[in-house]
Design a protein around this ligand. Structure first.
Ligand code: GFB
Length: 318
């Protein structure tokens, strides 16, 4: 059942991450005061007994699964076992645990890399499991597909109101700027910032030709809140299988992203490409008709979002 009252208890798993922290901000801004959070030291989400105990004791009305092992293309490719196993454990403990205590609604967050590498663009929810995955992130994708299917199965078998949101590539304040494990956008902000005024070239990975779609994380948080408040009949009319993409509806090449980042930072360094690094999937623009039909729209364009993220980076040196 949807969120209808600001006193309902909402557990945001992963509240210190890019996504979870934005969701907590959005909930607080909307006047919600019963927001439950636990740090990793307080609650190990890979520990099934601990998660069950926490949920049975705290009895949240709603659960948002924003906790996950995430990273950019190189991290995904380098630590396949971690990405597969940790995500399976975290999501299974939370989804099954939430089901056992009968939460009103659960929102499971994943990523658009669940769709086949060569699926028609824009990627529709119906393309799930119609082809081969992108090899660099198939491990993470398989875990997330299992989560989507567990939510769908619990709904089919038991009528659980569990829904899955698949955001496109996210960025914003609180992002990871570590060059080995980050996604492309924070990596480029850091690379151009550090190269600015040095006359040194900036080296990008791959060929610069893949296209990506970027969603500002506060827009995702607004989408989560919007879905949390949408009555069941409307929600499952728009998404009969309980799966919904979240994106902006347009993408750009990594080379064009680099130009936009350079302009934000005020850098004019030469750009080089290290083609020994992977390109990943050529394109993964998502179809957002389902969520748009429910009345949500993104508000922060790439220029504004880059500026806000760069300002955050400057104010929060690593
Ligand atoms: O954001 P990113 O790491 O992940 O890379 P994916 C996107 C594109 O940017 C790739 C290129 O073509 C990279 O080769 N790129 C260029 C760079 N320079 C850099 C750089 O300095 N750092 C990084 N990280 N990339 C991830 C998945 O895929 O996207 C995850 O691995 C998840 O599972 C996430 O789905 C949203 O967009 O390729």
């Amino acid at each position: 059942m949807h969120l209808s009252d600001s006193t309902e208890r909402i557990f945001v798993a992963g509240h210190r991450g890019l996504v979870g922290s934005a969701i907590v901000r959005a909930l607080k801004d909307a006047g919600h005061r019963s927001i439950l959070t636990r740090t990793r030291a307080e609650l190990d989400l890979q520990d099934q007994q601990a998660v069950r105990h926490f949920l049975e004791t705290e009895r949240p009305d709603h659960v948002i699964v924003a906790a996950a092992k995430v990273g950019g293309i190189l991290a995904n490719d380098s630590y396949p076992a971690d990405f597969l196993y940790q995500n399976l454990e975290i999501q299974q403990n939370l989804i099954q645990g939430a089901f056992r205590i009968g939460v009103k609604r659960l929102i499971f967050l994943g990523s658009t890399c669940i769709y086949p590498k060569m699926a028609p663009q824009p990627l529709r929810e119906e393309s799930l499991l119609t082809g081969q995955l992108e090899p660099t992130n198939q491990w993470y994708a398989i875990a997330k597909i299992a989560g989507v299917k567990l939510c769908e199965a619990l709904r089919k078998q038991h009528g659980a109101d569990f829904v899955s949101l698949m955001p496109t590539n996210l960025y914003g304040p609180g992002d990871n700027f570590d060059l080995n494990s980050s996604h492309v956008l924070p990596a480029l902000l850091r690379k151009f910032h550090e190269a600015k005024g040095t006359g040194e070239p900036v080296t990008l990975w791959g060929t610069g030709t893949p296209k990506r779609e970027f969603l500002y994380v506060d827009d995702l948080a607004a989408a989560v809140l919007h879905v949390l408040k949408t009555p069941e009949s409307l929600l499952y009319d728009a998404a009969p299988d309980g799966l919904m993409n979240v994106g902006v509806g347009h993408d750009l090449t990594i080379a064009d992203l680099a130009s936009a980042v350079a302009a934000t930072v005020g850098a004019d360094n030469e750009i080089r490409y290290d083609t020994s690094k992977p390109d990943g999937t050529p394109r993964k623009l998502v179809a957002v008709d389902r969520l748009f039909a429910l009345g949500w729209k993104p508000e922060v364009d790439l220029k504004q979002g880059l500026k806000r993220t760069y300002d955050w980076y400057l104010a929060n040196p690593a």
